[in-house]
Design a protein around this ligand. Sequence first.
Ligand code: IVH
Length: 670
Amino acid sequence: MSLFEIKEQMDALVKELNQHNYNYYVLAQPTISDFDFDKKLKKLADLEIQYPEFQNADSPTQKVGGEITKEFKTVKHKWPMLSLGNTYNEQDLRDFDDRIKKAIGTDFEYVCELKFDGLSLSLTYENGQLARAVTRGDGTQGDDVTINAKTIHTIPKRLKGSGFPDEFEIRGEVFMHRPAFDRLNAERIENEEVPYANPRNFASGTLKMQDSSEVAKRPLDCFLYFLYTDKRLYRSHWESLMAVKEWGFQVCEHNKLCKNIDEVYEFIHYWQNKRFDLSYDIDGIVVKVNNYAQQQELGFTAKSPRWAISYKYKAQEVETILEKVTYQVGRTGAVTPVANLKPVLLAGTVVKRATLHNANEIIRLDLHQGDAVLVEKGGEIIPKIISVNTLKRNADAQKIVYPEKCPECESDLIRKEGEVAFYCPNDEGCPPQIVGKMQHFISRKAMNIDGLGNETIETFYRNGLVEHISDLYILNEKSDLLKRMDRFGDRSITNMLDGIEKSKQMPFEKVLFGLGIRYVGETVAKKIVAHFKNIDSLINATYEELTSVDEIGGRIAESLLEYFQEPKHLEQIEKLRQHGLQFEAQFKVVELASSKLEGKAFIISGVFENYSRDELKDIIEANGGKILSSISSKLSYLVAGDNMGPSKLEKANKLKIPIITDDELLDLIK
Ligand code: IVH
């Protein structure tokens, strides 16, 4: 290779690795395995040692991590948030141990910890209270996500016991347990939202959300693993961990004090398989020299401490053959490619299918029929194809081409601007869409119709009994036809018809969610109902009115406008209304109108456990009160929830305006 080519290769590696860093840290959507990333990084680092004259100032070997997002206040870390050196094999670990012995002799201990696969967070406590929670960001400065961190139950807002300094920092990892991830991701899939690839991305996406009440609904957890104080309080890392546990922090129970590197190996081997029994993901083990004086002696490199290292477990991967790609049409018409694989054993389960996400993924992998593909099962539920072994490809192998027509109904597929998925626009005539929409309508989260299941819907559709959701409400007129169908006894017919009848009482938000409008999930449906109160105001709402509602962005507003523009949709709504379904918000008893708040003016601020701000506003207005837009002397009460902005509080205090809770507001109208 010429020198010119070497420089070009190094620059290309810098560009590629920086992009991967950006995908990982900023977008929280990595497209490369950690192993491959580290391999490339090592290659670049080796080249930089060999050809220092070609080292690029932008090189990721010179930086700690990604960049910072724009939405939160940026805070500089008092102590930089460093990363750890990685090893994937025992020899590297032995070299690490040798380096340490050379520097400090043989009289030392290690602390072995699990390497949690989440995102690191730095917490500052002042006088025993949580003052700040900051993400790692680029290692030097990160995002202030205090408001969101406060929703995490295992992060103490106020410390227990005594002995903690007036001010200190503690660092740890925020993560989501796998069962919670599976449940919430299944909900996202049901709501046609893009699912998260793994719990880490879900946790990271959650911590960076703008609405902390939404964060509170997504259970995050946190293990703390490092204490920073101005004055050294304890002799060792282990002692610090014991102390912080007493102050109320969650420290992982699996940490182990090891006398030598052989005990470290034991720990590594034990967790190699045992890690699959944990309820959360770990991607390796962290090994730290225990004694602080020895840590100090060992010091740091530009990027990481010399006294700690991480041993990473390899994601499990296996090669198999791509038999064919099939396409699934979802209820909103999105066409998703699925790789059908020659069955192969991977991480204890037989893998037959892998997700391909969308058309871009087929292009990225340049997939061909019969390709030998490398399948990885990392943190994801569904395995994914990470690469193709092109050396094994037959010369005449057919390229996989994403179809132009719907595989179910032959309609021309369309792709909306800014979206990666292709859609079948034939929502009224494409069988999986028709069936999918009805199945969604009857599902537990929507109308929750007893006695009616997905298979029954499919059978009814195939037999011409139902084609639209409104047809469910005339099934009672077709009992003769029902009785003639296989497997339908009188009991099950009565049960089903009872269930359908009962569903007429389901609240408006469930009906709205059940209609299956794209991007209108459960939460959005609730917000819409709280704001618009009835279907007519919603149908007539403009783009501006829609986007003025909390949490309704342009994408949702456009989807709603498009939905209500379609006469067939309006016809369905009218039919459902005729059948007696709820298209108006039901009010809670407490909201019953009175004039008890007449002449009083309110502002609602912060997040409330039992009510949305819109609901509280309705309660006030239903009882004669007024809502003001800014704090002034005209204000009678400030109704304050959690996480209210400090400036509002200060202003209200200055004007001596009474600050009340939501409970106290309800007391006023009792
Ligand atoms: S200690 C200077 N301990 O791994 C020491 N880190 O590659 C800093 N991590 O940014 C970290 N589990 O996000 C430490 N038990 C553990 C950890 C851990 C996960 C993450 C952390 C850090 C990254 C370093």
